[in-house]
Design a protein around this ligand. Structure first.
Ligand code: CO8
Length: 257
């Protein structure tokens, strides 16, 4: 087990974060959340950031939830503070200006599923297990699950998962739109590397603008959101990236972003 609960590997702006508490199946305790928030606060200031991938150490678990042992004795006030700490951290992840990818092996439960929901992409191995089992513990999802899950999979399926606490496999997660891709475990790493390379290789300004248009637009009425799209679309014509992308097409070569 590493000394720090978050391992950071930076490959020219494509950053891989690994939550590393394998003995507790990478469960999120206050230390992990504080460290994750610190790392994300640094990343959000970086202009050279291209894509962020987040995963859990080992092949058995992405994140098996919030740390139940730590939560067990909390008062309502302490529980609120813990939930707020996680919500603030996940918001930082969600609003990073670049694409974020949850790379899910094994258990992705409770706060782990909520962590994946705060990412733009989720790619899972065929051994992945998803669920919001909080009702089995006498609580409800507290790290955004009651709000991000229905936005991702619709209210009927979110109510199904959150009120039964049942676990679903990777293929059901794919079918309901909780994840984007499912891979045999042996192929997942190579796929995720290829995906982040592809995301990182596209025009960084246009990728950031796309994320902003979709995320911010989803919070607005349609006319305002379309106006936002137009503003961001025209903004793309103010930099070098559009000139390079369109010139490369006309000159029958690959763009150099
Ligand atoms: N918290 C703390 N420790 C955990 C957790 C967890 N969420 N999950 C697993 N562990 C620990 C186990 O206690 C065990 O430790 P030890 O070896 O010291 O006994 C170790 O990880 C290995 O786990 P198991 O022996 O249980 O492994 P199995 O393969 O038998 O089972 C499971 C794996 C099915 C994943 C099982 O561990 C399990 O059910 N874990 C709990 C899953 C869960 O309920 N997650 C949701 C937690 S609640 C939540 O996330 C709510 C978020 C919002 C909170 C709001 C804050 C106030």
């Amino acid at each position: 087990m590493s000394d720090t609960p978050i391992e950071v590997v930076d490959n020219a702006g494509i950053v891989r974060l690994t939550i590393s508490r394998p003995k507790a199946l990478n469960a999120l305790n206050s230390d992990v959340l504080s460290e994750l928030e610190r790392v994300l606060a640094e990343l959000e200031t970086r202009n050279d950031l291209r894509a962020v991938l987040i995963t859990g150490a080992g092949e058995k678990s992405f994140v098996a939830g919030a740390d139940i042992a730590e939560m067990r004795g909390k008062t309502p006030e302490e529980a609120r503070a813990f939930a707020r700490q996680a919500l603030a951290t996940f918001k930082r992840l969600e609003t990073l200006p670049v694409p974020t990818v949850a790379l899910v092996n094994g258990f992705c439960l409770g706060g782990g599923c909520e962590l994946a929901l705060a990412c733009d992409w989720a790619v899972a191995s065929d051994n992945a297990i998803f669920g919001q089992p909080e009702v089995l513990l006498g609580v409800i999802p507290g790290f955004g699950g009651t709000q991000r899950l229905p936005r991702r999979v619709g209210p009927a399926m979110a109510l199904d998962l959150c009120t039964t606490g049942r676990k679903i496999d990777a293929n059901e997660a794919l079918r309901i739109g909780l994840v984007n891709r499912v891979m045999p475990q042996a192929e997942l790493e190579a796929y995720a590397e290829e995906l982040t390379k592809q995301l990182g290789g596209n025009g960084p300004q246009s990728v950031r603008a796309t994320k902003q248009a979709i995320h911010d637009g989803m919070e607005q009425d349609l006319d305002s959101a379309l106006a936002l799209e137009t503003a961001l679309f025209s903004f793309c014509f103010a930099g070098d990236e559009q000139t390079e992308g369109m010139s490369a097409f006309v000159e029958k070569r690959k763009p150099n972003f």
